[in-house]
Design a protein around this ligand. Structure first.
Ligand code: NDP
Length: 322
């Protein structure tokens, strides 16, 4: 049961690069942001090793260190970072209204603005061997980790646009890419399928699924199974990329905000405004296309600027009415 009420100007939900960048900007604009980190403080980057593609780190940086530094930067300007999980929200108030949030089923918060940066979670196949080798050659992000497999043989699972795009990306870096599609056709757009089919070192295997990922400490191969014939085949690879989609972390916002058919929050035009005034969304929770730390950080910055402008408009309206 909720027992306390706290009133704050800017509440940030989620602690990945989007949330922390929003916090840095909101704190510097004197919005006194409070951030709730969620279950995985630091977000998806804390599960990656080296981040080599974030501008400003010529030698690369490991994901957890980068997130600690982002937190320190946000705290330096006065952001309150709290460990906690938002368990329910009530965004029913209109323009100028107060947004109600409950944290850990116990703490009641009333916020003038909300910045949602809860991210998305990559889907995995769920095989024990796949889970064991995450970080040891199994990855859900080819753009993040593909470079580590330069000149090597890798495999990728999935038949959507992400898998097709990542497979062609990997084919430019790796020696050979085996792409496993579980149906007899891909779900990816025709243009992407065409690109895949015209890439010589990309071998598409239809009706194919992973039976087991081979290797103890690191990936040494995959055992594939043809789901029509039951025939099994071992393919030696050093990397396995899972590209079977992401699930945006939006369950608690269902019925409160406009979302697309897959649960991503819809933002208006080029802004981070959601369907509710005073509620903004940034990072992967509203972006299924780019999903990079740098693009998340960019939209995090935008969301703080949008929130600041929203508050300024509300305050000037109140002055006119007074
Ligand atoms: P999708 O949901 O579109 O595709 C997921 C793919 O993974 C499907 O081929 C699906 O197979 C397969 N899959 C799902 N579960 C399993 C499993 N357990 N085992 C094996 N295969 C599995 O996800 P994407 O991430 O590809 O795309 C998400 C959205 O983002 C789409 O709307 C896409 O168009 C968009 N997008 C657009 C891009 C662009 O325009 N440049 C780039 C990237 C994404 P099946 O078909 O059999 O269900």
């Amino acid at each position: 049961m909720a027992d306390k009420v706290e009133r704050i100007k800017c509440l940030i939900i989620g602690s990945g690069p989007a949330g922390y960048t929003a916090a840095i900007y909101a704190a510097r604009a004197d919005m006194k942001p409070v951030m709730y980190t969620g279950m995985e403080p630091g977000g998806q980057l804390t599960t990656t090793t080296e981040v080599d593609n974030f501008p400003g780190y010529p030698e690369g940086i490991d994901g957890p260190t980068m997130m600690i530094q982002l937190q320190q930067q946000a705290e330096r300007f006065g952001t309150q970072v709290r460990i906690g999980m938002v368990t329910s929200v009530d965004f029913s108030e209109e323009q100028g209204g107060i947004h109600k949030v409950v944290v850990d089923n116990t703490t009641n918060i009333e916020a003038e603005t909300i910045i949602i940066a809860t991210g998305a979670t990559a889907k995995y196949l769920g095989l024990p061997s796949e889970q064991r080798l995450r970080g040891g050659g199994v990855s859900a992000c080819a753009v993040c980790d593909g470079f580590f497999y330069k000149g090597q043989d890798v495999a990728i699972v999935g038949g959507g646009d992400t898998a097709a795009e990542e497979a062609t990306y990997l084919s430019n870096i790796c020696n050979k890419v085996t792409m496993l599609v579980r149906k007899g056709e891909m779900r990816a757009s025709k243009a992407m399928q065409h690109r895949v089919e015209n890439t010589p070192n990309l071998d598409v295997r239809y009706f194919s699924e992973i039976d087991e990922v081979l290797g103890e400490q690191v990936v040494e191969g995959i055992r594939m199974v043809n789901n029509q014939t039951g025939e099994k085949e071992v393919v030696p690879v050093t990397g396995l990329f899972i590209a079977i989609g992401h699930k945006p972390n939006t369950d608690i916002f269902k019925g409160q905000l406009e979302m697309d058919e897959t649960g991503y929050i819809i933002t208006k035009g080029k802004s981070t405004k959601t369907s509710k005034p005073g509620v903004f969304a940034c990072g992967d929770v509203q972006d299924k296309e780019y999903r990079q730390a740098i693009t998340a950080a960019g939209t995090g910055c935008m969301s703080a600027l949008d929130a600041e402008r929203y508050l300024a408009t509300i305050e000037s309206n109140e002055e006119v009415e007074a």
